[in-house]
Design a binder for this molecule. Structure first.
Ligand code: NAD
Ligand code: ZN
Ligand code: ZN
Length: 344
């Protein structure tokens, strides 16, 4: 089968031919219907050899969907031929976090060598994908897998970040979304769907700001040293009750800190490596700062339900697997509008 793999440090993704995998006991094989590209894939591929921990070769793709085409021994409750989305942040299934469905915060995954598909385990950017356990499949039903596959990360991650900030999202409050890319353009729609806040989008690209307006941002601000000042002006001086930074670079974290209101919340979702000095003399009174990771199983179901009622739509650019390298180059160059999705 064809697969998109990262094979050599510094070399970028390649389309290669590999064997079709067989599902072991308890495992499920999907015929992949769609796989999304995430900027985190570039974080992984930009790591120097000494920091790289994902194994080589690595089949990419941590946003996946597929049709069940083979069941391993003992698998129950999964329908052959059924269409499913993959819950990606695989955990042990037994620790306290996992038993609450929060496998994204599994305390034992690292120690047990459990890794998400595309981030250690073979990923979804291939014709077939092995799922380690039935609990990591969520039925898609009538949802189009190509249009919805990215909700498994670009939807789930902002949803998880936003839900944690819900007490700050009261009517009259303002939420800032920094980075209107794959995650951000879905984040804006989630904020509009589950709250009555005013949404301000910040990005360094005018095209991304246009997309932000299209998906529901009330105001847009071009990123830069005066972005926080503009946010303060738009909020009558008070700042934003919630800031979701989907970039996480030092410049955007500085903007977040300068733009957040007293008693507000900053969620650093992007993994740009910036730091926020947090403390009595560094952040406005009462501000909480969080760096969330992905989301829970029940939250994935909720995000899919938002799509079912038409409240959230991923803007997708669709590519065949042979064009995966081109798609990754576009993602690196920052010219993907919404999310790029591979259909093997
Ligand atoms: P993307 O490339 O689709 O979007 C990034 C957006 O940020 C683009 O619109 C780009 O123009 C904008 N941008 C980049 N640098 C900027 C800057 N300095 N100022 C303002 N805007 C800027 O990326 P994505 O796939 O949406 O991922 C966003 C970030 O979230 C990445 O860092 C990714 O690794 C991270 N991520 C984190 C988690 C998590 O669990 N915490 C999950 C998925 C992705
Ligand atoms: Zn991701
Ligand atoms: Zn666990």
């Amino acid at each position: 089968m064809k697969a998109v793999q990262y094979r050599e440090i510094g070399k970028g993704p390649e389309v290669v031919e590999i064997d079709i995998p067989e599902p072991g006991p308890g495992q499920i094989r999907l015929k992949v219907t769609a796989a999304g590209l995430c900027h985190s894939d570039w974080f992984v591929m930009d790591l120097p050899a000494e920091a790289y921990v994902y194994g080589l070769p690595l089949t990419l793709g941590h946003e996946g969907a597929g049709i069940v085409d083979k069941l391993g021994e003992g698998v129950e409750g999964i329908e052959l031929g059924g269409s499913y989305a993959v819950y990606g942040p695989w955990g042990c299934g037994q620790c306290r976090a996992c038993s609450q469905g929060q496998e994204n915060y599994c305390t034992r995954a690292a120690e047990l060598g459990i890794a998400p598909p595309g981030l250690g385990a073979p990923g979804a950017m291939a014709e077939y994908l092995i799922i380690d356990d039935a609990r990591h499949l969520v039925p898609l039903g009538d949802l189009d897998p190509v249009e919805t596959v990215s909700l498994t990360d670009a939807g789930l991650t902002p949803y998880h970040a936003i839900r944690a900030a819900q007490p700050k999202l009261f009517p009259g409050a303002t939420a800032v979304v920094i980075g209107a890319g794959g995650l951000g353009h879905v984040g804006i729609q989630i904020l509009r769907a589950i709250s009555a806040v005013t949404v301000i989008a910040v990005d360094q690209s005018e095209e991304k700001l246009a997309l932000a307006s299209e998906v529901g941002a009330h105001h847009t601000v071009l990123a830069g040293p005066d972005a926080a000042e503009q946010i303060r002006a738009l909020t009558g001086g008070k700042g934003a009750e919630a800031v979701f930074d989907f970039v996480g670079a030092q410049a955007t974290i500085d903007t977040s800190r300068a733009a957040v209101a007293v008693d507000g919340h900053v969620s650093i979702v992007g993994i740009g490596g910036g730091l926020m000095p947090t403390g009595f003399f560094s952040t406005p009174y009462g501000v909480s700062v969080r760096a969330p990771y992905w989301g829970s199983r029940s939250e994935l179901g909720e995000v899919l339900d938002l799509a079912r009622v038409g409240a959230v739509t991923v803007h997708t650019e669709v590519y065949g697997i042979d064009d995966a390298v081109t798609a990754y180059e576009k993602l690196h160059a920052g010219t993907v509008r919404g999310r790029a999705v591979i259909v093997p």
